[in-house]
Design a protein around this ligand. Sequence first.
Ligand code: UTP
Length: 289
Amino acid sequence: MKIRKAVIPAAGLGTRMLPITKSMPKEMLPIVDKPVIHYVVEEAIRAGIDDILIITGKGKRAIEDYFDRSFELEYYLREKGKLEELKQVEEIGEMVDIYYVRQKKPLGLGDAILHAEKHVNGEPFAVLLGDDIIVSEKPGIQQLIEVANKYSSPVIGVEKVPWEIVNRYGIVDGTQIDNDLYEVRDLIEKPSLEEAPSNIAIIGRYVLPPEIFGILKKTPPGKGGELQLTDALRILVSERKIFAKRISGKRYDVGTRLGFIRANIELGLLRQDLKEQINALLKELVREV
Ligand code: UTP
């Protein structure tokens, strides 16, 4: 099963990051000097995906402009002899084939994914949420694709989270079959600590089969009146085997304030050109508090 296509849902309102998301997509928030979605697209490309569909919505034009060529800017940079910057800008415009579909109303992640049906055209596909960055040697989505290929099954990316925050995630009830791998029995959306069967939480990466579209169409709206992907996955679990793979690497949920700040510091520290200065800055700040 070759996974060639990826879907990046990026049409959510990003209310947890208001007020900035009032006029700016959260997927365009800068992490050091690139928008969040640039890292997500890079992860997909590193995993061998060559066709990306981004689900956008109202107020998300900046995403399309970012991945488009910018001839005026390129002309200006060439004129000024800023060749390093020119190369960077040109490369972004040529990263991969990116297509866009607009979700007219933010009716939930499940609804956003339904908008990919025509583009996906009956193939299994990868989903990468546009607000989760994963830093890992092997791209997060590739880790899932390998499991999907081995078992010819859908795979959900998961991570162990502290028990006190299980109520923020979709939680897996499953049987462990390998060190980092579970066969899913059921999924529970945002359970209380008492209800939670585990602390294995769904994060923003999936490999899904095309059947998910038919299921999504039958799935009634769930929490918040939104069409929830987790509800559709629960139906899928009752029909066929699904696996959950703990992704090795570090995940940043940049759709939250702390996750965003943390990602900027930690990804900055990974940059050779900034590492020393950020280190010095952090030491100075720690001395001050
Ligand atoms: P979130 O649960 O983070 O929701 O969506 P949100 O609306 O973006 O943000 P908050 O909770 O209000 O702060 C998870 C992913 O699903 C996409 C989002 O863009 C994000 O990548 N999404 C969500 C859609 O594309 N459409 C929707 O209707 C809802």
